[in-house]
Design a protein. Structure first.
Length: 186
């Protein structure tokens, strides 16, 4: 699955396995690191700076309520990406110093229960204007609405459901890249 979506131009993989213990998570991260290297894609480990360091990931993605950005920066090597999830405009205060934020859910989705109502395109546009850093949209994003997310100012989109159901859905999806932070060559 990962090979197929990376072959279709995906620039980064976020490894998010909340139920795996450290050893099995590290083994999986090392395998994914190798796959990402072959495709020139970045690997971000969700919430586990230790695993990100041990597998040579490009950075870490911090969940809301997780390790503070400034502490992750102290632990990671220079040049590592540090991102954070936010679900409301007020959350921006707690993620200063991050390289990017993932904001959502933008649309109704079963994968983001408990994070409040969908923020919509208008909510995204307002956050982009206030963020001062790249914003990646998440939550209910499909190939059909991804261009609306980019048009609202997002630097990228994060999709899970549509590509997992059918990786071929990414064929022909050409979104402009506003920032090269996920491009290992740039």
């Amino acid at each position: 699955m990962i090979r197929e979506v990376l072959a279709r131009g995906v620039g980064a993989v976020q490894l998010r396995e909340k139920d795996l213990d450290g050893g099995p998570l590290l083994a999986r991260a090392r395998r994914i690191r190798e796959i990402c290297d072959r495709h020139g894609a970045r690997l971000l480990v969700n919430g586990r700076v230790d695993v990100a360091l041990a597998c040579g990931a490009d950075g870490v993605h911090l969940p809301g309520g997780g390790l503070p950005v400034h502490l992750a920066r102290k632990l990671l090597p220079p040049g590592s990406l540090v991102g954070s999830s936010i679900h409301h405009h007020a959350d921006l205060e707690g993620v200063q110093g991050a390289d990017y934020v993932i904001f959502g859910p933008l649309f109704e989705t079963a994968s983001k229960p408990g994070y409040g109502p969908a923020q919509g395109i208008a909510g995204l546009a307002g956050l982009v204007a206030a963020a001062g850093m790249p914003v990646v949209g998440i939550g209910g994003i499909t190939p059909e609405n991804a261009s609306d997310v980019i048009a609202a100012g997002a630097s990228g989109v994060a999709m899970m459901g549509a590509p997992l159901a059918d990786p071929a859905c990414l064929a022909g999806l050409a979104l402009p890249m506003r920032t090269p932070f996920f491009n290992r060559q740039g």
